[in-house]
Ligand binder design. Structure first.
Ligand code: C5P
Length: 393
């Protein structure tokens, strides 16, 4: 039986932790709960104990708890540590490495993966301090189930509501790699556009929304893969159960991808800027006369580098080809030129594909070309992940 250590911190969303414990128990997981002092104001140890069927821990300095099970043991006997809801306070403690109470001590002492489901007021969620804490936690590999947007208990509207318990359960299952064909496999996915700075205030970008790449990352995680998503600047949430690394430029994307290797599979869905600008150190000023000419230099080709033979080449490398004409012909040439195994080609000539919700693709592999009907980007991601799963089954 897989064991979850569930840390419930303070906030009105703590009541949803009861439902999460019920779902986890029903799915056959052993759940041991830790309640922070603030969490105890919203749910009782008794309620969590009744639903989990296990003792609930609240106190770092409890002699009885320590004699039964030391706090280090408590943090290590689980397969996954989950913090839901994760308040701004506990996220800040995690980011800073504080260990002044039972929950933060467990989080500092654990050698297991940690998944957090934040819930807080929208202003607290958007505060630069929380943004910085989240970035720091994600860079350390903490998995995040992003909060939902909507009306909040405090009367405000925006992101900050705890994700629904079934969504958190799915992220837990993905993090544990439950019984999927990609269990134990590592996948790297690139997604979104890149921003190539011209000067400190301007940049060159493209219309990529990251929807397709993010959906692929989520679909691979749902089949059990450990997924590292390297994302350019996008306005969509990080997928649940996936480690998301945020970058801006092609050079940063390549560095993040290289640092994430080795991997079994790589899917390059990002619309990487082909060129970067020899950037100006100061903002360019309108000086009258001729406008400045931009000096462009070619960016590294991440897909081609990943596809090159060598000990770190993933077993399967998948590239994308966004074309506006001669789709099959250009995509086949791109597959040969880049050296990747598969190419997912799509026509971005019409309006609404780049940035839109749907995609109509042609998949090129050794088996030839397969045309898929127009589907939602989530469906395309699901089909692609399934096909990838078959390679590793
Ligand atoms: O050459 P083109 O940009 O059309 O190739 C598209 C494919 O190559 C995509 O899979 C994209 O993610 C990848 N690519 C890359 N690095 C680049 C340019 C493209 O990984 N610098």
């Amino acid at each position: 039986m897989k064991r979850i250590l569930l840390i419930v911190s303070g906030g009105i969303a703590a009541y949803k932790a009861l439902e999460l414990v019920r779902l986890l128990s029903k799915a056959g997981y052993g759940v041991r709960c830790v309640l922070t002092p603030a969490g105890e104001k919203f749910v009782t140890p008794m309620a969590l104990q009744a639903l989990s069927g296990e003792k609930v821990y609240t106190d770092l300095f409890s002699l009885t708890d320590e004699s039964e099970m030391g706090h280090i043991e408590l943090s290590r006997s689980a397969d996954l540590v989950v913090v839901a809801p994760a308040s701004a306070d506990i996220l800040a403690k995690m980011a800073a490495g504080l260990a002044g109470d039972l929950a933060s001590t467990l989080l500092l002492a654990t050698d297991k993966r940690v998944l957090v489901a934040p819930a807080m007021n929208v202003r607290m969620w958007e505060h630069p301090a929380t943004r910085a804490n989240m970035a720091r936690l994600e860079s350390r590999g903490v998995l995040v189930v992003a909060p939902d947007s909507g009306p909040m208990a405090c009367g405000e509207f925006g992101p900050g509501r705890l994700a629904e318990p079934p969504v958190i359960l799915a992220a837990i299952e993905a993090a544990l790699g439950v019984a999927g064909p990609l269990s134990g496999r590592h996948a790297i996915v690139t997604s979104g556009p890149t921003h190539e700075p011209i000067d400190p205030v301007r940049y060159i970008a493209n219309r990529s929304s990251g929807k397709q790449g993010h959906a692929i990352a989520a679909a691979l995680a749902a089949l059990g893969a450990r997924v590292t998503l390297v994302s350019g600047p996008v306005s969509i949430a990080d997928p649940a159960g996936v480690q998301t690394l945020h970058v801006e430029t092609a050079a940063q994307m390549l560095a993040a991808v290289e640092a994430a290797l080795p991997a079994d599979v790589a899917v390059c869905a990002a619309a990487v800027g082909d060129w970067r600008v020899a950037t100006a150190a100061q903002k360019m000023k309108k000086a009258g006369g001729a406008p400045p000419a931009l000096q462009l230099a070619e960016n590294p080709d991440i897909l081609a580098q990943l596809s090159a033979p060598g000990p770190l080449r993933p077993r399967l490398v998948v590239g994308f080809a966004a074309e506006t004409e001669h789709l099959a012909e250009y995509a086949a040439a791109k597959r040969a030129r880049k050296g990747c195994d598969w190419i997912v080609a799509n026509n971005v000539g019409g309006t609404g594909i780049m940035g839109g919700e749907e995609n109509e693709v042609l998949l090129l592999s050794d088996e030839g070309a397969q045309a898929w009907p127009k589907l939602s980007k989530r469906e395309v991601a699901g089909l692609l992940a399934e096909k990838i799963g078959k390679i590793f089954a």
